[in-house]
Ligand binder design. Structure first.
Ligand code: NAD
Length: 287
């Protein structure tokens, strides 16, 4: 079992992954570009663990042990001793390639470098690293502390040893890893695109309101959440970037065309739960 995990990006996913790892007994160095984001991430982790206690799913001792295992960092070289790093920064290929170039320079060559990208080519991200055999996709789902599935993405040069260690970490975190090919959106996001895309078109064509669509999908379809509730949870910006990236990577395939409703929401800073408003309002429970 690894002892030191690096997490890059302290947003929705980075904080969730750090929380799961700390609970599993792993020391976590979590890096982001500024202090405020890191402080907010720690607050979110604490609040979530407290909720776990209130629901009887976690003991106060477990929480007290987990919190000190999360070390916030604003300097990437601080991750030098990590045996495994999971990158969960914004869904922007340039940002990710740049981060991997830096991670290549500051980490030991024996460390695995994983990306939590939802849609980009892991092979393209790995091209920023001198030994791309240590780069892999490790795609967690939101909320990372609840969702069991982790897609492990084998890029063109990923070694068997890197795949083995990624499966091992996923299992140590209590997850169920599934090996996927390095195709845009892997398995789950490919299936999910029409779910969001058609829902947005239904709304755009005034066929039904977002509340109606969510209610139907939840109550009659048996889904845990409707597409609009899910987009708010994911973050409108992240969801849009993933769709845009898949649309581009499939050379303008109309099935993946992004919708102007989401673009307008991004322009107005209406990004879902993380900003307090999306398709729904969360002002009273803003994280
Ligand atoms: N939100 C989801 O449902 C979901 C699910 C699975 C995978 N993902 C993927 O996880 C990644 C992160 O998504 P998120 O929802 O956590 O996004 P987010 O917007 O909540 O957080 C992104 C974080 O990246 C940080 N960041 C930006 N540039 C950085 C840099 N150069 N170095 C370090 N940190 C930087 C930001 O400060 C922010 O804290 C994306 O690749 C996304 O596609 C998201």
């Amino acid at each position: 079992m690894i002892k030191h995990l690096g997490v890059v990006g302290a947003g929705t996913m980075g904080a969730g992954i750090a929380q799961v790892a700390a609970l599993a007994g792993i020391d976590v160095m979590i890096y982001d570009i500024n202090d405020t984001i890191l402080r907010q991430a720690l607050e979110r982790i604490k609040a979530d663990l407290k909720q776990g206690i209130a629901r009887g799913k976690l003991s106060t001792e477990k929480m007290a042990e987990a919190i000190p295992r999360v070390h916030p960092r604003t300097s990437l070289p601080d991750l030098h001793s990590c045996e495994f790093v999971v990158e969960a920064a914004i869904e922007d290929l340039r940002v990710k390639k740049d981060l991997f170039k830096h991670l290549d320079a500051v980490t030991k060559t024996s460390a695995v470098l994983a990306t939590n990208t939802s849609s980009f080519s892991v092979t393209a991200i790995a091209s920023a690293v001198r030994k791309p055999d240590r780069v892999v996709g490790m795609h967690f789902f939101n909320p990372a502390h609840i969702m069991m599935l982790v897609e492990v993405v084998r890029a063109q040069n990923t070694s068997e040893e890197t795949i083995r260690r990624t499966f091992e970490l996923a299992r140590d975190l209590g997850k169920t890893p599934v090996l996927t090919k390095d195709t845009p959106g892997f398995i789950v996001n490919r299936i999910a695109r029409p779910f969001y895309g058609e829902a947005l078109r239904i709304l755009g064509e005034n066929i039904a309101t977002h509340e109606q669509v969510d209610r139907i999908v939840r109550t009659i379809g048996g889904f845990r959440m409707g597409p609009f509730e899910l987009m708010d949870l994911i973050g409108i910006d992240i969801n849009f970037s993933v769709t845009q990236s898949m649309y581009d990577q499939y050379f303008g395939e109309p099935r993946y065309r992004p919708h102007p409703i989401q673009k307008r929401m991004i322009d107005s800073g209406t990004l879902g739960r993380k900003t307090g408003t999306g398709f729904y309002s969360y002002e009273d429970k803003k994280k």
